[in-house]
Design a protein around this ligand. Structure first.
Ligand code: BGC
Length: 387
């Protein structure tokens, strides 16, 4: 429950360029962004590369140098940077973020505990950039802000930003009554909260969840994320397949092949389940019979079923906590982002199916929206409204 120090009120200046850094779980994207009068983002100087520190360990300075190299070609075109940082960070009232710990298997240990914005400002100054302002925000907070324009158009009573991608998390708006209890700390008005819902622990986990957790970069942490997000669903499936192989659920050749596999990407097993003709990597090898592949699909389907149910519970919890959404004419605007949500076979249908019955039971109304490039749009809004 991390206060974001951004509000949901106030006008976003149009046609003013700001730089955006989007440090996501898989990719690092950098660009210059301008929002037009309708709130649509126009992006230029766009660059995209794998998120540094994912494949091998980096120093803090190496990380900043990657960011600077991407910003340098258009450094004179902006004064402010909206830095969408998709990791748990305490946000300070001066809009910086102190990294609590890495998630999604990123390895830049020097940055843990550091103020990421101040580090970037110092590195830019050292490199001779003119003075820049940096606002750090979580990607779910960016996602929530990116939904404002659509939500205002349908009279939304509150906003939720939810991400199911490489990682998972939720942001919602704490209402004024509760904010009042924190008076003197947050001040009056609404406050967006980064829930870090991937860190939720009060649910039942099975033996293979524990096994996967122990083998991860951050054992014991972010265990909810490890049951539903894209970076882990393939790995859980592999744990299950290997256990089933020992119980004789596969042909001998398949069991032998599975026993030496170290990794199974969510994308490959998902492509197999969806029968979409895309890359299924080793799962396409001759050692696996058609019957073996059917077992794999069934197991992955169960992993997705569980993820869909938990995702629906997660979204419902944010809506309940917002205290809004009781009136059919003013639903809560839930902006959903993330490739795991949209691209996993049957995930959106399954999540929406669960959500519908849960919302009905609670008498709550929501409208789910999708905004293109939500993290970039939200980070641009934060930069434009903060400085
Ligand atoms: C991070 C969150 C982030 C989420 C979605 C999680 O691993 O802890 O800060 O919002 O992934 O990207």
């Amino acid at each position: 429950m991390i206060p974001a120090y951004v509000g949901t009120e106030g006008k976003v200046p149009a046609n003013k360029p700001v730089a955006v850094i989007d440090a996501g779980g898989t990719n690092l994207r950098v660009c210059l962004a301008t929002l037009n009068e309708q709130g649509t983002a126009e992006l230029s100087h766009f660059s995209k590369q794998p998120m540094p520190g994912r494949d091998h360990e980096l120093s803090a300075d190496e990380f900043y140098q990657v960011l600077i190299a991407a910003l340098e070609p258009f450094q004179s075109a902006f004064d402010s940077i909206g830095f969408c940082f998709s990791y748990p960070a305490t946000i300070t009232p001066d809009h910086d973020g102190r990294l609590l710990h890495w998630t999604k298997e990123i390895k830049i240990p020097e940055l843990v505990g550091a103020h990421v914005g101040a580090g970037l400002v110092a590195a830019m100054e050292k490199r001779g950039f003119a003075k820049k302002n940096v606002v750090i925000l979580n990607d779910t907070v960016a996602c929530l802000l990116a939904g404002l324009a659509e939500g205002q158009a349908f009279n939304a009573s509150s906003y939720v930003g939810f991400i199911l991608g490489t990682g998972t998390n939720t942001a919602y708006v704490e209402n004024n009554a509760n904010i009042g209890k924190l008076e003197g700390y947050l001040g009056a008005g609404s406050q967006v909260i980064n829930v870090e819902s991937g860190g939720f622990t009060s649910f039942h986990r099975g033996p293979y969840d524990h096994q996967l957790d122990e083998r991860s970069e951050n054992p014991g942490a972010h265990v909810f994320e490890k049951t539903i997000s894209g970076v882990y669903m393939g790995s859980i499936t592999l744990e299950l397949l290997q256990a089933l192989a020992q119980e004789g659920a596969f042909s001998d050749a398949a069991a032998a092949a599975l026993s030496i596999m170290n990794d199974l990407s969510t994308i490959h097993i998902d492509n197999l389940s969806a029968e979409n003709g895309r890359d299924i990597d080793v799962l396409g090898e001759d050692v696996f019979t058609a019957a073996d592949r059917e077992v794999m699909k069934t197991v992955f389907g169960a992993v997705v079923d569980r993820a869909a149910l938990l995702t629906a519970v997660n979204i419902l919890a944010a809506v309940v906590k917002s205290g809004a959404g009781q009136d059919a004419a003013a639903p809560v605007c839930v902006n959903i982002d993330g490739s795991t949500y949209y691209k996993t076979f049957q995930m959106p249908e399954k999540v929406q199916g669960h959500l519908q019955s849960m919302l009905e039971k609670h008498g709550l109304r929501i409208r789910c929206v999708q905004v293109e490039d939500a993290p970039v749009v939200g980070a641009a809004i934060a930069a434009l409204t903060t400085f």
